[in-house]
Design a protein around this ligand. Structure first.
Ligand code: PMP
Length: 397
């Protein structure tokens, strides 16, 4: 029976909640989901790669054989056989990772939030790349850090630029492989130099690596985790190698930190769905990813090439862009007089979308950059969409 309620609540949100902002990308995605729009905006993996039948068979097997366990609450740190699988996957000859170092999370995005919760106080200095993953900036912002952007170039983050800004910093958030948003990777020498510099400065180094396996040329680059497991916090995800809808990722961290993260996770959601973890373990345990990942690489490499070819043909000389060797994104730098947010309005009117670069900068936004994703658009539409963008840019140079 409903009561009369003449005085509805006037909500007083916490200061933290007042800080929350919707990501610029999520807002753009609302517009770009319209089918008539050719969208290079989304960060979505291609659904053509989702192993639906394999997942279906695994759900069926797990529910038939171990349904009672799969549907029960589970441990906060995760399903033990899957943690073991992850630990093996991350181990190298000279660096064994222990299952105790692994915490399963509900998408690696959750790991960003948990890391923020346990490492960042209001005003703590947090070092990020220029530009960096918007979702990390958003996750960390809730804890009100002081962001300091560190320099990057075509080889990724510049380790020497840490000198002078690392003093007292709580962490450095890095994206060494096919970075979101630029598609760039950190060179091998830089990886070593960065790990050494962070170790010397006693600066915790986060290695966020959802795209590392998607190297078009095959062999992924060595992980920084294995160069210094005592100083590197590694984040991995099943989103880009299996499917994002299952929301499953993991973090590998030194024991004192992983135990703190586990406490924070316990408070947040008790644990990641047991059914999901058991199904993913069933899917990956016999080497399925070894056959599956090459099919994703091949598809993305050809989509990427289609976009690069179209850009070579249609973009004027005054525009420059990255040539990724893996992952899902190309980063474009326009002539300085073009603001990519204004270009987006014109592009949407012409039924093409992308993500303007500005929200990817923690400090000193740059207006003339943008991110293109090529993985979900068929090559024919990639060519048409890039031709439209090229014409809009050429009209302004
Ligand atoms: N880190 C980076 C760099 C990403 O691009 C993404 C997804 N777009 C995530 C983390 C989060 O991935 P998920 O939560 O799906 O594992």
């Amino acid at each position: 029976m409903k009561i009369d309620n003449p005085n509805p609540i006037e909500w007083t949100f916490s200061e933290r909640a007042q800080q929350l902002q919707s990501s610029a990308i999520r807002e753009i995605l609302k517009i770009t989901q319209r089918p008539e729009i050719t969208s290079f905006a989304g960060g979505l993996p291609s659904p053509a790669t989702f192993p639906v039948e394999r997942m279906k068979a695994a759900y069926d097997k797990v529910l038939s054989e171990t349904g009672k366990q799969a549907l029960q609450y589970g441990p906060t740190d995760g399903y033990a056989p899957l943690r073991e699988w992850v630990a093996n996957y991350l181990s190298t000859e000279d660096c064994r990772i222990q299952p105790e170092q692994i915490l399963m999370v509900s998408g690696s995005q959750q790991a960003l939030d948990l890391l923020g919760k346990v490492l960042i106080d209001e005003g703590s200095r947090v070092l990020v790349e220029t530009p960096s993953y918007l979702g990390a900036l958003q996750a960390f912002s809730v804890y009100r850090p002081e962001f300091k952007s560190v320099e990057t170039d075509e080889h990724g983050l510049v380790p020497s630029s840490l000198e002078g800004v690392a003093e007292g910093a709580r962490l450095l958030y890095s994206l060494p492989n096919f970075q979101n948003p630029t598609g760039r990777s950190l060179s091998l020498e830089r990886r070593r130099e960065l790990v050494e510099t962070c170790a010397r400065l006693r600066l915790p180094l986060i290695e966020d690596d959802p795209y590392g396996a998607l190297s078009y040329k095959g062999e992924p680059m060595p992980r920084m985790l294995n160069m210094n497991p005592d100083g590197v916090i590694y984040m991995g995800s099943f989103s880009k190698v299996l499917t994002p809808g299952i929301r499953l990722g993991y973090v590998c961290a030194p024991l004192p930190l992983v135990r703190r993260l586990e406490l924070a996770k316990q408070a947040a959601d008790l644990h990641t769905a047991q059914l999901t973890q058991m199904v993913v373990h069933e899917v990956v345990k016999d080497g399925f990813l070894d056959q599956h990942i090459p099919t994703i690489r091949t598809l993305y490499a050809s989509q990427c090439q289609a976009m690069l070819d179209a850009m070579d043909e249609h973009f004027p000389k005054s525009v420059s862009w990255t040539r990724p060797e893996g992952g899902m994104f190309i980063w474009v730098t326009l002539p300085e007089n073009i603001d990519s947010r204004k270009l987006l309005d014109q592009a949407i009117a012409a039924r093409v979308a992308f993500v303007p670069g500005a929200p990817f900068y923690a400090n000193d936004e740059v207006a003339n950059t943008l991110r293109l994703s090529f993985v979900t658009v068929p090559p024919e539409r990639i060519r048409e969409g890039i031709a439209v963008l090229g014409a809009l840019i050429r009209a302004q140079v």
